[in-house]
Design a protein around this ligand. Structure first.
Ligand code: PLP
Length: 233
């Protein structure tokens, strides 16, 4: 597949505009919301073009293609976010290659990531994936198990728990889109009241970015709106 870099840069710019307009409209501070460009299924060259246009944060879901791209683009100083489902026998390359993991939903995975995080580099930033409302996938901790999980993850030495993440079922209605995001925000507030030091809400994709910003997202994960529709092989 070939990428038209002018097109890509224009789409990236349009997403940045959307984000800045949403921040203004919903009373958020300018640049309060970080943009993670979700580059799963996209070639390294598309990522390089985005990086040249100033994009630094990239999200990947599939481990093999992700580590290939991390290796190919080494030296560009990108920040890599793992956002996909995690099998417990695949934690080591995640602990070694990524700066953030958004999709931790059980203690076993967190323990392995902490044990396998290499010495001498900063702790791995973690968001706990929460199943706030009949999500499409079965992934995500339940709201009832979240407090225990959060406290146990906080105690792991090579992880830094930053916040929460969710992937709600798609909805067209704006108010409907806000509901799961509001629940995630309230769950984070409850944990903070409980003494946890959290600063991140990873929520909002191409179709519901504005609703997520309205409910306090600090990171949105955007693929299609930047790179176009995905072709799964
Ligand atoms: C693919 C993916 C995204 C990006 O979705 P788009 O609809 O393409 O913006 C965001 N988050 C996760 C966890 C994903 O798997």
């Amino acid at each position: 597949m070939t990428y038209n870099n002018d097109n890509l840069t224009r789409r990236l710019e349009a997403v940045r505009d959307r984000l800045r307009r949403a921040e203004k409209r919903f009373g958020r501070e300018e640049a309060a919301v970080a943009l993670v460009a979700v580059s799963k299924t996209r070639p390294a060259e598309a990522i390089r073009a985005c990086a040249e246009a100033g994009q630094q944060l990239f999200g990947e879901s599939y481990l093999q293609e992700a580590t290939d791209k991390v290796t190919a683009l080494f030296g560009l100083n990108l920040q890599w976010h793992f956002i996909g489902p995690i099998q417990s026998n695949k934690t080591r390359p995640i602990a070694e290659n990524f700066q953030w993991v958004h999709s931790v939903d059980r203690l076993k995975i967190a323990r392995r990531l902490s044990e396998q995080r290499p010495e001498g580099i900063p702790p791995l930033n973690i968001c706990l994936q929460v199943n706030v409302s009949g999500e499409v996938s079965k992934s995500g901790a339940g709201l009832d198990e979240l407090p225990n999980l959060a406290h146990e993850v906080t105690a792991l030495p090579n992880l830094r728990l930053r916040g929460l993440m969710c992937i709600p079922a798609p909805a067209d209605d704006f108010e409907k889109q806000r509901e799961p995001f509001r629940k995630l925000r309230e769950a984070k507030t409850a944990l903070q009241r409980d003494g946890l030091d959290l600063d991140t809400l990873s929520m909002g994709m191409s179709h519901d970015l504005e609703a997520a910003v309205a409910e306090g997202a600090t990171m949105v994960r955007i693929g299609t709106a930047i790179f176009g529709p995905r072709n799964y092989r």
